[in-house]
Design a protein around this ligand. Structure first.
Ligand code: URA
Length: 238
């Protein structure tokens, strides 16, 4: 991205200084069995979408407008995972389309990502909790299989968990978010690298932490670059 445009995005997310941090070597994840035929993959996506739209596994189905599966290219290298749809997402059927979504888009653009071209965005919960309360453990337990199937289908090269709820549930820990930042975690059977940062809704309330979020984004970008080193990539798999 040209320097001026990046600066513009950084300004949009409230950051005007570049901060360097140390980088550890990162191994590429194992590729696993990627040989499922395209038709089978499409059929699984269709089944997943239908299951989410029709889901009654937890009481949230009674109060939501619709299930929100996710958005983005299915061959994106990057997967961003948030908490749950809010009011606007529940109405429009797409993750992160409200105020927090605008900030998330600016954060992603600052590292060259865009939900239309090279990042897939999803949530831990596919249904909106009333009043945007925190998800209950039993709701997460009911919904997590959808995300696991989504990840199996996407096979992203890197995952970015935004916020405590996503980070703790994906990593199966109650370690505070601040202590999960700044290192590469691994997720699932494919050992997908997972980096943690703040939730954009939190950053809207706490703009002083945007600088730390920018450090996390640069860290995630460096992890991704190390994974794809030597491979020309636009963030999508060829
Ligand atoms: N917050 C989230 O975690 N996800 C959304 O989709 C919207 C707001």
């Amino acid at each position: 991205m040209p320097g001026e445009r990046r600066l513009e995005y950084l300004r949009a997310i409230g950051i005007d200084l570049w901060v360097r941090r140390g980088r550890g070597a990162v191994e590429a994840p194992p590729t696993g069995d990627m040989a499922a035929p395209a038709a089978e993959i499409e059929a699984r996506w269709d089944a997943l979408r239908a299951a989410v739209l029709e889901c009654t596994r937890c009481p949230l189905h009674a109060t939501r407008t619709q299930g929100v599966l996710g958005v983005g290219p299915k061959r994106a290298d990057w997967l961003v995972i948030g908490e749950a749809p809010g009011a606007e997402e529940d109405r429009r059927g797409e993750p992160f389309v409200g105020a927090a979504g605008q900030l998330l888009d600016a954060m992603l653009r600052a590292i060259g990502l865009d939900r239309r071209t090279n990042v897939y965005i999803a949530n831990v919960l596919k249904s909106r909790p009333p009043g945007n309360r925190d998800p209950k453990p039993e709701e997460v337990a009911a919904c997590l299989p959808y995300l696991v199937e989504q990840i199996a289908l996407l096979q992203p090269k890197i995952m970015l968990a935004v916020g405590r709820i996503a980070a703790q549930n994906l990593l199966g820990t109650d370690v505070p978010l601040g202590r999960l930042r700044g290192r590469v975690h691994r997720f699932g059977e494919l050992n997908t690298p997972l980096v943690v940062t703040y939730h954009p809704a939190y950053l809207l309330r706490t703009p002083g932490d945007k600088r730390k979020a920018w450090e996390d984004l640069k860290f995630a970008r460096s992890v991704y670059q190390q994974l794809t080193q030597g491979t020309a990539t636009d963030g999508n798999r060829s």
